[in-house]
Design a protein around this ligand. Structure first.
Ligand code: NOJ
Length: 694
């Protein structure tokens, strides 16, 4: 009898398999929209079962094959099939807007939008009407963003999302650069370079280069009150959204109506083309803070690298780094070199025990007894310098929130305009304590932390303080809406060159340029001119490359991360680092191959004597010596520029000695070419000072 039942079940399954044809075979196109110049087009399909899917063509060919849309819920049936089209509308937007600070001053925002309303043919919940869901596509010539909008409806008042069913079926063979999503070290992994069909579960941006040279970056924009999206490969090159977990079952809980973050795909013919896209910024809401001229992009030094070298400690005692005398030493160095900020880590009570993953001893208003913080802040002010604050939470986020207002008031009172926050705890180990005392463990990129970061950013904005988050949630372009969220870490930074096992490889930065940096500014902390980590170990860089990082890896807050005594040994390098701006009116990627080399040109936005007319070039390589030629097409016609070129010296090689650097000064003009020889682990930096017309 049991055998018979099994046979029947198998037969039924076989019928089902035959009876349910593949999505593409019976799918009917129900709506389409093309980009303004027609480069990209999106079509929305419904298959015979009423399953919605979207597909994207680029120059007439499918680049994203039909990919499913939908949701799983924790408290009602999934939304994924049985849909009919209930309506559609389109509109066009063509505008420009200005960034208060950034890589480009003016951003063009030109897209065609398609909104489709999907309605279930039958209600899955008896006595209630069928459910509805909007999907909105914004189609640009260089990319597509789409998001779901949950209308207000009686059967979905509170939406409890178990997971998203969104797919990205990237067409074709190629290469992928990615870091694992959902692993203990958050975003701090070495980039893997594999075939796309060897990706496991990845964070975004996920960067792919197809065999025909098309570059694709999959990411998200405007991650607000929602869990971050990881991408899990389902089969072949079909990826599926996986939302970061929440501690209470559902990954996202929201009251309708609401919109999800945008799911984004940028398409370009080159790696540089991915970087030049403004899709991420454009898909975020405009500035809600109004005038943010109280934040000035700036460089800073700090009591920092010495701790990572183990020469001093965050904790108090004999080796404590943040003493009054030592902080004054950094203030003197900053003042003498025109550097506006001094970061002080280990300034407060709470570092003495096990703070990693346990921040409950931190007091964000109480300096250690050996630091006269009001005194050093006043000393800094007298020298035209200000303190950069530091709020390391150790992942004790509820504890931090309980002090947040008072901590920010205290910082404001000291004249602190930028605070670096930190969340050092393993992934999934953020401590949340609810008002009723319930202790929960959250993920760094779950909905609860997405909310936390915006609480910090908005509270800081009220006090004219900018935030630079370490161990953050990934960047999704929210600096447009909240321009005081100025930078984040969110990848392996320079600190891995102090103590990493292994350190960052020589091609790390040429990889970051087209992966992590697609999401937004990174506080990488460049400028280790000693080229040495803990125990005098060499780092995979030449001196010229350290200079190039200030141009290639954009941030409006850039550290001079090395010790003052090391800068004294390399005056040429210091001269470039002092001169290089942190705010730009234009950016061009001159060349780049992911993980091999990258050359960026950026135009100064400063309102200085030179009116922001100077250009800077940074070029970083990998472990191969190579010579790059760059055309100076972007310079003003008929104008002299004095080029100060900092390039790898004839014997520079990070394996032996990365320090040899040749400094050459010459006059150049629009149309000239520069030849940049990159050593192993090398780079080049160029300052182009605009002069008078010829
Ligand atoms: C990790 C951060 O990335 C680093 O910059 C900081 O010094 C330590 N946490 C301590 O907060």
């Amino acid at each position: 009898m049991r055998m018979m039942a099994r046979l029947w079940a198998l037969a039924a399954l076989a019928v089902l398999l035959v009876a349910v044809p593949a999505l593409a075979e019976t799918a009917k196109v129900v709506a389409t929209v093309a980009s303004p110049a027609g480069t990209l087009a999106v079509r929305v399909e419904l298959d015979g079962e009423g399953r919605p899917a979207y597909a994207i063509t680029r120059r007439g060919t499918d680049i994203v094959a039909p990919s499913r849309l939908g949701f799983l819920f924790t408290d009602q049936p999934k939304m994924e099939r049985g849909f009919a089209l209930a309506g559609q509308s389109t509109r066009t937007v063509d505008e420009t807007w200005e960034q208060p600070w950034g890589e480009w001053r003016t951003i063009a925002n030109h897209f065609n939008e398609l909104r489709v309303r999907l309605k279930e043919k039958a209600a899955p919940v008896r006595e209630l009407p069928a459910r509805e869901l909007d999907v909105v596509f914004r189609v640009y010539d260089d990319g597509v963003g789409f998001r779901y909008e949950f209308p207000d409806q009686p059967q979905l008042k509170t939406v409890r999302i178990a997971d998203e069913l969104t797919e990205f079926a990237v067409a074709g063979k190629g290469e992928a650069w990615w870091i694992p999503g959902g692993e203990w070290n958050r975003y701090e992994y070495l980039y893997q370079h594999t075939s796309p069909d060897a990706v496991g579960q990845a964070h975004t941006p996920l960067t792919i280069r197809l065999a025909d040279g098309t570059h694709i970056a999959v990411h998200e924009a405007a991650l607000v009150d929602y869990s971050a999206m990881w991408l899990r490969r389902v089969e072949g090159t079909r990826f599926k959204a996986v939302l970061a977990p929440g501690a209470q079952g559902a990954k996202v809980v929201r009251a309708a109506p609401f919109a999800t973050p945008w799911r984004t795909l940028i398409f370009a013919d080159s790696a540089g083309g991915l970087y030049q896209s403004h899709l991420e910024l454009n898909l975020n809401e405009p500035n809600t803070l109004g005038d943010v001229s109280w934040f000035t992009p700036q460089k800073f030094v700090g009591v920092w690298w010495e701790m990572h070298l183990d020469r001093s400690t965050w904790s108090t005692g004999r080796k404590h780094g943040a003493t009054t005398a030592n902080v004054r030493r950094y203030i003197d160095f900053a003042a003498a070199n025109g550097i506006p900020g001094v970061l002080v880590e280990g300034w407060n009570v709470g570092w003495d025990g096990q703070w990693f993953g346990n921040g409950n001893d931190f007091d964000f208003k109480k300096p250690t007894p050996d630091l006269d913080l009001p005194g050093v802040a006043a000393y800094a002010k007298s020298k035209g310098v200000s303190i950069v604050g530091h709020h390391e939470t150790g992942g004790g986020v509820s504890h931090y929130e309980s002090q947040l207002g008072a901590a920010l008031d205290y910082a404001q009172g000291l004249g602190i305009g930028v605070i670096k926050t930190g969340y050092v705890a393993d992934a999934g180990q953020v401590e949340r304590v609810d008002p009723n005392g319930t202790q929960l463990r959250e993920w760094h990129d779950g909905q609860w932390m997405a909310r936390h970061h915006l609480l910090v950013v908005t509270e800081a904005a009220k006090r004219h303080i900018a935030i630079d988050s370490h161990e953050p949630i990934k960047d999704t372009g929210l600096r447009r809406t909240y321009p005081n969220w100025v930078a984040r870490e969110g990848a392996r930074g320079m600190e891995y060159n102090a103590w990493g096992e292994p350190k960052n490889p020589p091609n790390h930065e040429a990889t970051l340029a087209f992966t992590r940096m697609l999401s937004g500014p990174m506080d990488f902390t460049p400028g280790i001119v000693s080229l040495r980590g803990k125990g005098d170990t060499p780092i995979a860089s030449t001196l010229a490359k350290q200079l190039a990082l200030y141009v290639v890896l954009y941030s409006p807050v850039q550290m001079l991360a090395d010790l003052p005594e090391n800068y004294a040994k390399y005056p040429d390098a210091l001269a470039f680092i002092k001169a290089v701006p942190v705010d730009w009116s234009d950016t061009r990627v001159l060349n780049g191959e992911i993980g091999q080399y990258a050359t960026f040109a950026r135009k100064d936005r400063a309102h200085n004597a030179n009116g922001g007319d100077d250009w800077y070039i940074g070029s970083v390589g990998d472990d191969q010596p190579r010579t790059l030629t760059v055309a100076l097409d972007f310079l003003d016609a008929g104008r002299d520029y004095t080029a100060h070129i900092y390039r790898d010296g004839p014997n520079a090689d990070w394996h032996t000695d990365g320090h040899p650097m040749t400094v050459e000064n010459r006059t150049v003009h629009q149309g000239d070419t520069l030849t940049l020889p990159l050593a192993r682990g090398g780079g080049a930096a160029v300052q182009l000072v605009a002069g008078k017309g010829r």
